[in-house]
Design a binder for this molecule. Sequence first.
Ligand code: GDP
Ligand code: MG
Length: 669
Amino acid sequence: GREAEAEKDFAKGVYYLTVGAQYGNEVAQAMVKNNPYAKFEADNPASVWSLNDAGFDYSVIAVFGSQSTGKSTLLNHLFSTTFDVMNAETGRSQTTKGIWMSKTPTANMLVLDVEGTDGRERGEDQDFERKSALFSLATAEVVIVNMWEQTVGLYNGANMSLLRTVLEVNLQLFQKNGTSKTCLFFVLRDSTAQAPLEKLAETLKTDLEKLWTGISKPPGKENALISDYFDFSFARVAHKIYAADKFAADMLEIKERFFNKAHPEYVLKSKYHKGIPADGFHHFAKSIWDKILANKDLDLPTQQQLLAQYRCDEIAKQIFTTFNGTLQSFKPLLDSGLIVSDFGQQSNTIISTSFDKDAQRYHSETYKAKRLEFIEKMHSSLHVYFLQQLRNLHKKCIGLFQKTIADKLRGDDSHFSVKLEESQNVAKQEFMQVCKEACIKDANWTYDQYYTAFLKDIEELSAQKREEALNRLSKSIEKTMLTKLAEPVVVLLNDAPNDLWTKAVEILSNVIEETKRLSEVKLSELGVSEDVVQVSVLTMKHQAWELLLKVAKDEVADVQILEKLRRRFESQFRYDDKGLPRVWKPTDDIDSLFAVSKEKAEQLLTLISKFDVPTSSLDQDIVQNSDFDVSSFQIISPTRQQVVRERFGKEADGLYVEAKRSTVASRAV
Ligand code: GDP
Ligand code: MG
């Protein structure tokens, strides 16, 4: 089954890069077991091994070498992986053609077990060798070259063909934009330790230099040195069976060089890292593998750039999904006219942190360009909501202003202008604060025109409030003046002395003076302009005059004037000088007394009927006001005077007849 299929695939020239089992992870193991020929994309190793957030904090290590030289055994010893190892008894390997990947359980190390060739001159083998070398060098920091110690110096061996491939492929990958070094770690197996390691290392280096010279370099790299691209490390391992203890000790020592950062020959240096962030490794690996299979040109900087574009787009897309979720939560609030209190904070968080966190590890130029693109897109989607937020804010702050001023006044207009200003400030501050909060960092949004429009509305409303307060003040002044005027004027009209109107003007002036002082204080508290104060004072004076006239007119309405005349008449006709009621005697001159009394009553009617004082004694403000001609005020019209005079005449006549009768009666007694 499995092997037969692998053979078939191999014959077609298709190689699967299969994700190996994670040590100790049953789920991953089961997954791989059930689907051993899964294409690379079937499993994202970074996800399976929870490396997505590792950034650059992971390593890739690959192994090269001929078939059955103990490569898988080496990896399993060094990295605690479980790569298939050839069965010693049957001599059959269960391993497929391909590149297997596994992870060290104790560290973020991805280990590539690259299936080796059998050294025969098979076209497919060489083709695969090239492909796997491309893949390994594009991803791995350290490439372990595994070989029998005794083959060192055999320049024509299969190893040389492999190394040549490695050097060529590396030149292709790194021909652009400077260099990225890889560590070639030679592990010499079945070491007899007869020759010193330094000697073997020298031999290998010499062979490599020879290979390097023979390779045709791309333009611009003609003088490149092998050491520009590679660092070399060397180690040896004793025979697994004949020197089992030494074998184990040698393995442990090599292990140290991978796991102990303090080791003098520590190999996993950051300079070897290929700069692929862990979350992009899967896409990167898959896309370069696709390219390798398609025999497309491949160089690492271009691949890094392509990866950056892809990943930045993907990251942006993902954030947009989250972002749209957040916008969805803004929407019902904004649509119902409310404010999103942390609009700016929420937006800023999404914009600034999320993209940068993952994207900034990618190819810097690409990242920067994508970042601008991303932020612009975010800004423009947010701006719609920002404007809605401002519109809602406008309404909210107008409401806030209205409520604040209403709460502060509560029917008490004292310190009106202070209260008004405080209320304006409360609303303005809220507006400003929310505006500032809602602005996105670096978005260059402006709210000036919205603030100006808001201020205009607040000003209009304030003017309206002031106007209302002014009306209230005017009404209360009128009420106060009426209280102050009514009684003295009524008393005055009852007494009705000859200088009635001069006295009335005196009362009026006093009330006006007093009220003016009071209202000027209140007007200044309203914070109205000098013009308005003047107009208000003048209005107040008019009101005072109107009140005076009203009180006077009310006092002589209907029968009240007749009553006054009658009283005036009777005070003379029916009472004597001592105020005692007269008892008519036949000798009394009733006719003369009647004539005088009637005359007095009629004089009173004339006096009351027309307001009459010299203009010079009046308030000049009022006099100069053309549509207010006080000198011609008529309290009782001539027509009504005539009616009153006639009715009074009849009443007086009645009293006269009564008086005459009483003398007749007294005579009869
Ligand atoms: P690979 O094909 O290079 O991965 O080799 P394997 O790890 O599958 O091992 C092939 C065979 O060599 C197995 O039977 C191992 O037991 C054996 N083997 C492993 N390590 C050594 C070693 O250091 N020396 C020798 N002589 N045999 C080894
Ligand atoms: Mg193997």
